[in-house]
Design a protein around this ligand. Structure first.
Ligand code: ATP
Length: 270
């Protein structure tokens, strides 16, 4: 994996959110990521160049499961038409990702959300494989710290050989903050997402981070892991990578925006 290259793709994608391009007749592919906190759409063209992107805060998915089907469909449809207007073309082909092991439970729901917005679903990937399409990690662990869970994928020779998903994620940080600051959950979420507050809240949520580190440690046991890559919204917490690296003694890297890794990976895999 070359972190510089990964960050360049993320940066170019972020630029395309600000300044969407016109499609110029090329075939377009949309990665749709239904997350606990955000729904993200990434549009790349057939040359794997970012064209446009959009995201919206949404609470329609919990722990990888669609809990508000109609709400999810409405947001994906709205973001799709916004993007189509910006790029002056219709978006037809899409892909999505689901947590590993949920193919028979929720894979259909996620696909139906994407199709209800008018897309043709080309692929339903598992989240770690989607993330690794962008990361191109040959050996190591991808740690996806999301809202409700932390997913660890062990990668060997560029293939996902083991996945594990454990309950502990950003929601638990917010619950701790809600108690510590005596505010409701939504306010605690707001405090947590404020980068200016990260230094102050880090010690308050340290016990939850330590729990996540013990989950990573257990998952990596028996494997020769020499690097960890953090993805997922909760990895945005400032200082997370240094702390994990220090505690586990394993080189830990974080792309410039860990939340865009999976959706970009979906679009690139199409
Ligand atoms: P899960 O895998 O549990 O279903 P997900 O993949 O849907 O979760 P993400 O969208 O990757 O989850 O991450 C959501 C989490 O990221 C939420 O708990 C949210 O509060 C947290 N988050 C978002 N932005 C920030 C930020 N700036 N700082 C800290 N945490 C953040």
């Amino acid at each position: 994996m070359n972190l510089e290259n990964v960050n360049k793709v993320i940066k170019d994608f972020e630029k395309s959110i600000e300044n969407p391009k016109k499609s110029k007749g090329k075939k377009l592919y949309t990665g749709v990521d239904l997350g606990t906190a955000f729904i993200v759409l990434c549009v790349f063209d057939e040359d794997k160049k970012p064209i446009a992107g959009a995201y919206e805060f949404a609470q329609v998915v919990r722990d990888g499961m669609v809990v508000d089907y109609i709400g999810a469909c409405d947001i994906v449809r709205k973001l799709k038409s916004k993007l189509e207007e910006e790029i002056g073309d219709e978006l037809i082909y899409a892909g999505c990702a689901i947590p590993p092991g949920t193919e028979n439970i929720d894979g259909g729901a996620v696909k139906n959300v994407v199709e209800s917005a008018g897309f043709i679903t080309e692929k339903v990937l598992d989240e770690p494989s989607a993330a690794n399409t962008l990361l191109k990690l040959d050996n190591g662990a991808v740690v996806d710290i999301g809202g409700g869970t932390t997913g660890i994928s062990i990668i060997k020779d560029n293939k996902v050989i083991k996945v594990l998903d454990e309950a502990s994620g950003g929601t638990h940080f917010s619950l701790v903050l809600s108690g510590a600051y005596k505010v409701d959950f939504d306010k605690a979420e707001e405090i947590k997402r404020d980068f200016n507050k990260h230094q102050e809240i880090f010690p308050v949520v340290r016990a939850v981070i330590d729990k996540i580190i013990s989950i990573i440690d257990n998952a990596c046991m028996g494997y020769d892991i020499d690097q960890i890559v953090l993805v997922g919204g909760t990895a945005l917490l400032t200082g997370m990578e240094e702390y994990i690296e220090k505690k586990l003694g394993i080189r830990t890297l974080k792309p410039s925006n860990p939340m865009f890794v999976t959706p970009i990976g979906i679009a690139l895999s199409l």
